[in-house]
Design a protein. Sequence first.
Length: 365
Amino acid sequence: MLRYFLVLTLIASSGLAAPRRAKNVILFLGDAGGIPTLHAASLYKHNHPQKLFLQSMPHIGLSDTSSADAWVTDSAAGMSAIVTGQKTNNGVISQSASAIRGKQEGEALQTILEHAEQRGLSTGVLTNMAVTDATPAACYAHSSDRSRAGEIFAQVLKPRFGDGVDVIIGAGRKRVIEATSKMGLDIEAALREKGFAIRDSLSAISEDDRRVVALFDTADFDVSEAVRRAIAILSKNSKGYFLMVEWDMHTDRIRRGLERVIEMDEAIRKTAGMVGPDTLILFTADHSFDLRVRGGRPGQPLLPDDDSEESARKGAIRMDNGHTGEQVLVAAQGPGAERVRGFLANTDIFHIMMAAYGWEKEKKR
Ligand SMILES: [Zn+2]
């Protein structure tokens, strides 16, 4: 009887209680996905406010996005703050604020992906921008200038921690090959030597790939399916994983931008339904964008039926093509999500992820 009771107690303490620490962290980054853009996307798709999945996540906060040298950040400084916990100057990739873009190198700042590598977890970046672009680059590379694509991608071959990023899925195939060949690198051969499978389409990625670089010529691929394939590979590591998923939400083309919000929202919903309770899911943006809902009514489409950008601009939306400096949403669920609350700095998101993994005590603020 006592034995039976002990077994029951063990089951209760191991299986049923929600994990207090995250084994895995998935960071969804809507590039330029500010609150006005999320709001417009909900109206566009659902003809109702606050109907996105990410608007139903239980823990939310508001993050300041300013960089070390400007109130309005670019993606380089914005993402560097999120993944290193330190603000830097615009144009700089995960180096300290002593870096000056293209002129002076700063100190390399250890990123959340590198912390995961150091501890033996598997890691991945997934994006519909070029994989050398500022947001993914800030996870796995360090440079005083975001435009140095070759120098940035070559760092995949020389990781500072562990065996470096394991899964890279994204656009910019031509750019990566051109930029690295200018440096005299046969990038595909060098990657194969490091154990990477090279793929050129989403369907070519095999769940048997242990490490993979999948580069596409298009920014339009199925983000939900890409996340599913990345997780299938990363989750084989019993220590856990870190995955960053970036989806471009710039609304310089309004309809396309809003469609992409919907695509990522769907990917977050599907991912939340797929991963276990040991996974922290976060959504945030690196900065907001100058788009506003200035009109429209319930029951009427937000954008005119005609598909052109010109007519989109005549609709209920006003758009001025540029980043803006107001706070962005942070939404979270899973272990450690309760730390997402109130007004945050973009640098707090790094500490929230570190604390969720149990690698750092909660930062007092
Ligand atoms: Zn950005």
